[in-house]
Structure formats: structure tokens, C-alpha cells
Design a protein around this ligand. Sequence first.
Ligand code: IMP
Ligand code: MG
Length: 187
Amino acid sequence: MRMLLSSDDLAAGLDRLAAQVRAAYGQGPLTVVGVLTGSIVVVADLIRQLEGPVQVSMVWASSYRGPATRPGELKLRLDFLPDLTGRHVLVVDDIFDTGLTLHALLAELGRRGAASIRSLVLLRKLGRSEVAIEPDFVGFDIPDEFVVGFGLDCDGAWRHLPYLAVLDEAEIAAARAPASQDADGRG
Ligand code: IMP
Ligand code: MG
């Protein structure tokens, strides 16, 4: 495992993102919609730097393919969303890779009468996008490598790392051994 962004790098990135979000929304009301499971760390760090009143909700998305390059079928679960009518909504995800997840999610949320919808991602992989949209706020652009930590997983593991690391081929192969599959809501 090779460290790509240290805890200090990530904390500085979160400070920058939070400053941009505060500049955009000030002390006005905001609904933060985090995408489970990968965004949990970013959401926790971000919301504690916002002014108020901030409402927090989570949706679930998974296009899980482990470290494979192509996403699998995209599944979305929006059951726990509050009424978004008239709300300013900020969708928060861990990483913008092909962009298909964010694209589909923004389309779904766009049908719910929000006053505005913007998106924030901690990471964006360079040269991977397959969609016409870009996130409004981006923490870091990173090379096209498979990363774990700070919320991001490899077959369910490594979300807890306080830094961001690149997995090498052998580590990816080990994570993909048949018995390593788990049943949690990955994504
Ligand atoms: P997209 O739909 O291709 O943009 O993929 C977004 C989702 O794929 C992210 O929310 C992650 O769950 C997952 N993903 C993409 N790249 C990585 C990675 O390098 N490590 C871990 N998860 C990833
Ligand atoms: Mg995800």
C-alpha cells in the first residue's frame, strides 16, 4: 500500500472544501445528502465546519465492481430522503470516477422540487469521466489508480484508514479472493 494523501493533506482539503461551501451558502439552510457508504468520513468532517442550519441525510448507491475498471449495474436507494421541496441540496460523495453514480443521483434528486442542487466530491480521478457533468466542488484530482481509505473501500475493507492509499496489483488480487466477498452495502 502506498500513501497518496496523508491525514494532514486530507484535513487541509476538507478545510478548503468547507470554506468553499460556506462561501456558497453562508449561514443559509442547507440539506447535505451523503452517498453511502464511501462518503461517511467526508460528510462527518465537512458538516462540522459548516454554519447552519444544516440538515443531513444519506442515500445509498452502489455500482460495485471492486477494483475492476468498469462499473457494474448501478443501484440507488433513496428511501431515507426528507422532503427536498424548496431546499438547497448539496450531494456529497467520496469519489467521481466515471461520474455515472453522481449523474444518476442528480437526475433522481432533480425530480424532487429542490431550490438548488450542487455536488461535492473529495476525489476526482483524472481522465475517467463518461458523463457531461462535473462536480461543483472537488477536493483533489488524483491519477487513475485504485485507492482506499478515508471512506473508500476495496471489497468492503480499508474504509477506516485515516489516509488515502493506492493498492498494488497483489493487494487487489488478495482482496478479490472468492471468500473475501461480503454482503454490506458497498459503494
Ligand atoms: P462512478 O460512478 O464511476 O463515478 O463511481 C463512483 C463510485 O465508485 C464511488 O462512489 C466509489 O464507491 C467507487 N469507486 C470508484 N473508484 C474507486 C476507487 O479507486 N476506490 C474505491 N472506490 C471507488
Ligand atoms: Mg460510492
